[in-house]
Design a protein around this ligand. Structure first.
Ligand SMILES: [Zn+2]
Ligand SMILES: [Zn+2]
Length: 756
């Protein structure tokens, strides 16, 4: 049996920056094969030469047990003539072809690197940049593909002899690890005053000392700068809030390990896996009553956002500190995260007392991801570090390359081609010009990296969204508007790979309806291309338009007005006596000063203000978030809510608002009112869905829109619908809020193009 064959193997997927070439090299050695392996723009190419059975075994191993971080999408084989080669080598990367390789997300420090980090005998002991083929920075340092050291921000750090040996040794776990480095050749940690002067002493120890004495320290992470403060120090956290101009929005904390998390929160298995996995998002968990964190960390909520260390620097910092520390994005409210050193010094100089930084440049701004857990699975609130730009694979191909421009707030964009949809990292609120700049820069970068040249551009129907304006400014492409709530439902269908039709319940703050009114409490019978508005929440006026979004008490006035329920005797009137008359006059007059809305978010606002929880929102969604958090979990009964069969089915709030007012006048506790509201609304939505199902025969329901980040409502509706035999689709891969909208836009636009 001396037969030898040579096979050219091409592997597509996430195969660069994940240790794939060393893995293939090791396999070749196992099976005694000659040949070569290399990166090209499309992925990894291999030529394997040897006995046919050995070549087959190698191909099987590629498919069956690829490296942990790899995602294999396709393996294609071509027989070629044997060359008689005896060695297996790493070939130089092939450049110049169109780019189709995928960019890996950043990966949290692996156990092997962590062991070295804390091993006094290791040459990388306490070195904050230790990494390997299985972990470390990726997306945030990649300038171009193929992924090689000179196409990353590590290009400026020539390897020392020892690192070079590890890099070249196929048996080493740093074989071709592009960000490889050590204290002799890699980046250096520094601690500086805001004016740039270096502070004396060991940067880590000094930073820890500063934090322990109440200072605020800017820490350069993977995708940008964070601001850190001792989470047990009320004064330090309050100072951070004042300087960052962030009033009520909860901060996340970083804890050293899972036992430290258990001191702060009740920890379930799914959350523990998310926290300690390679993606390491912030996870929102129920806070323990005795949790040792200052009240100013997360006011108005019973939860706490927690993360575990995900870079060696964070691990080292946690070792130096005895408490968990607040770790919040380095920005003022509304701006994108600072990632450029100069920019960070300028923008954070007035907030931080010191900068714990280094000289490895961050190429792309990437915020922390944020997850809740629902139904034993992640419920993404923000999808960024560790997740982006990993593609979502869809069961149907896009007929042409698509760009979807997303929404205005929580903006993301989506580039799609073939069966892949690549959702950008969360970029923030496009009203801030810095965010708009980050948006266009990242879009340009991802277009270059993915090689996707969109022929079709999808956008929201709202003419004033900057993402819409951007879409309409592009030349040489077809543009298509996708209704906001349809896009929400399609994003949910897309992540489940389902074409519909389904009954979609889209509940959010506001979205352009296309009929001149503001939607946000919608029941849509929808498939990927089309929808029919089968039902909605009753329309009420929004006194002062956008002002009503920032001032929930105005919505209390509007819903009382709509229910013909007098305000006298209610605290919300007593708290807002001066403006109440003016708002009542606007409500009575109607017209453009009080545009109509069917928004579920505004209903939450109204009840939150009525219950005395939130009259003025310090951050988007605050009134609704705090209403959920205040709900008494022991209460089971709900308010009556009228559902009229239509069509369209209308959920009317008159009875609900009157019942809230009666409870308030009767001195019923806030927590009971909040709970009864949630249960009543869940019951009403279920009744409305059943009416639509009776008319259509549909048995599957998709729940999407920002309101469904509320797990009390989501759970209440899901449970009731399942009891009635419905299949319920909820979000697990992209956010239900506007952060997931661009995926829905891309899929809906492609479906509409195919249909016509
Ligand atoms: Zn590692
Ligand atoms: Zn080195």
């Amino acid at each position: 049996m001396n037969e030898r064959i040579r096979t050219r193997i091409h592997v597509e997927g996430i195969v660069q920056g994940v240790g794939f070439r060393p893995f293939v090299h090791a396999l070749a050695s196992t099976y005694g094969l000659a040949g070569l392996v290399g990166n090209d723009h499309g992925g990894v190419f291999i030529e394997a030469e040897g006995p046919p059975a050995a070549v087959t075994a190698l191909v099987q191993a590629l498919r069956d047990r690829p490296p942990t971080l790899a995602v294999i999408e396709r393996v294609s084989l071509t027989p070629i003539p044997p060359t008689g080669a005896r060695a297996f080598t790493i070939a130089p990367s092939v450049t110049g072809a169109p780019a189709h390789a995928l960019i890996p997300p950043d990966v949290a420090t692996c156990d092997a690197c962590l062991a070295e980090l804390f091993d006094p005998a290791d040459r990388r002991h306490r070195y904050p940049f230790v990494n390997c083929t299985g972990c470390g920075p990726r997306f945030t340092i990649i300038l171009a593909l193929p992924y090689d050291r000179d196409t990353t921000t590590m290009a400026g750090f020539p390897l020392c002899d020892r690192c070079a040996r590890e890099y070249r040794d196929p048996r080493d776990r740093r074989f071709h690890a592009q960000p490889i480095c050590c204290p002799a050749c890699g980046p250096t940690l520094t601690l500086r005053a805001p004016d740039g002067t270096a502070l004396p002493g060991d940067p880590l120890t000094q930073a820890a000392t500063l934090l322990a004495t109440g200072a605020i320290v800017a820490v350069k992470g993977l995708g940008g700068y964070h601001l850190a403060a001792d989470a047990t120090d009320h004064t330090a956290v309050t100072t951070l809030r004042t300087r960052k101009r962030r009033t009520g929005k909860p901060f996340a904390v970083m804890a050293a390990d899972l036992p430290a998390v258990r001191e702060l929160c009740d920890l379930d298995d799914t959350s523990a896996r998310l926290l300690s996995g390679r993606r390491r998002p912030i996870v929102l968990l129920p806070r323990r009553a005795a949790a040792p964190v200052a009240p100013s960390v997360a006011p108005g909520t019973r939860e706490l956002g927690v993360a575990l260390p995900y870079t060696p620097l964070h691990h080292l910092l946690c070792r130096e500190l005895t408490h968990p520390y607040v770790l919040t994005s380095g920005n003022s409210s509304g701006e994108p995260i600072a990632h450029d050193d100069e920019d960070a010094r300028r923008r954070l100089g007035g907030i931080a007392d010191a900068f714990l930084s280094h000289d490895r440049p961050i190429h792309a701004p990437v915020d922390d991801s944020v997850m809740r857990v629902f139904d034993g699975a992640p419920l993404p609130i923000r999808r960024a570090r560790g997740y982006a730009p990993e593609p979502l694979r869809l069961p149907w191909p896009f007929p042409l390359p698509v760009l979807a421009c997303g929404a205005q707030q929580k903006s993301t964009f989506c580039l799609a081609q073939g069966n892949r949809a690549i959702l950008s990292q969360h970029l923030g609120d496009l009203e801030d010009y810095r965010t708009l700049r980050a948006y266009t820069t990242e879009l340009g970068r991802l277009r270059r990296l993915t090689g996707i040249e969109p022929a079709l551009v999808a956008h929201d129907l709202h003419p004033e969204y900057l993402s819409t304006k951007y879409a309409l400014s592009l030349d040489g492409v077809d543009t298509i508007g996708v209704q906001h709530h349809h896009a929400h439902i399609v994003s949910c269908l897309a992540e489940h790979g389902e074409p519909g039709p389904v009954i979609g319940v889209a509940f959010d703050g506001t979205g352009h309806g296309g009929d001149g009114t503001v939607w946000g409490g919608e029941l849509l019978v929808a498939d990927l291309a089309t929808f029919d508005r089968a039902g909605h929440l009753e329309q009420v006026p929004m006194p002062g338009g956008a002002t009503a979004v920032r001032q929930p008490w105005r919505m209390a006035a509007a819903f009382l007005h709509a229910a013909r329920e007098p305000a006298h005797g209610l605290d919300v009137l007593a708290r807002n006596p001066a403006a109440w008359q003016a708002v009542s006059a606007v409500l009575a007059a109607g017209g453009p000063a009080a545009p109509l809305t069917s928004s579920a978010g505004r209903l939450f606002d109204a009840v939150s203000a009525l219950a005395g929880i939130c009259d003025r929102a310090g951050y988007e969604g605050q009134a609704a978030v705090e209403l959920e958090q205040r709900a008494d979990r022991t209460v089971r009964d709900g308010y009556p809510v009228t559902v009229t069969p239509g069509p369209p089915v209308v959920i009317t709030s008159t009875d609900l608002i009157r019942a809230v007012a009666a409870d308030l006048r009767g001195g019923v506790a806030t927590g009971v009112i909040a709970a009864r509201f949630h249960h009543g609304l869940a019951e009403a939505v279920t009744a409305a869905v059943r009416l639509v199902a009776d008319a259509t025969g549909l048995g599957t329901v998709a729940l999407s829109g920002g309101v469904f980040a509320n797990t009390l409502l989501l759970g209440g509706i899901t449970e009731r619908l399942r009891r009635h035999g419905f299949r319920v689709l909820t979000h697990h891969r992209v956010p239900c809020n506007d952060g997931g909208l661009s995926l829905g836009q891309a899929v809906a636009a492609a479906a509409q193009t195919t249909r016509t």
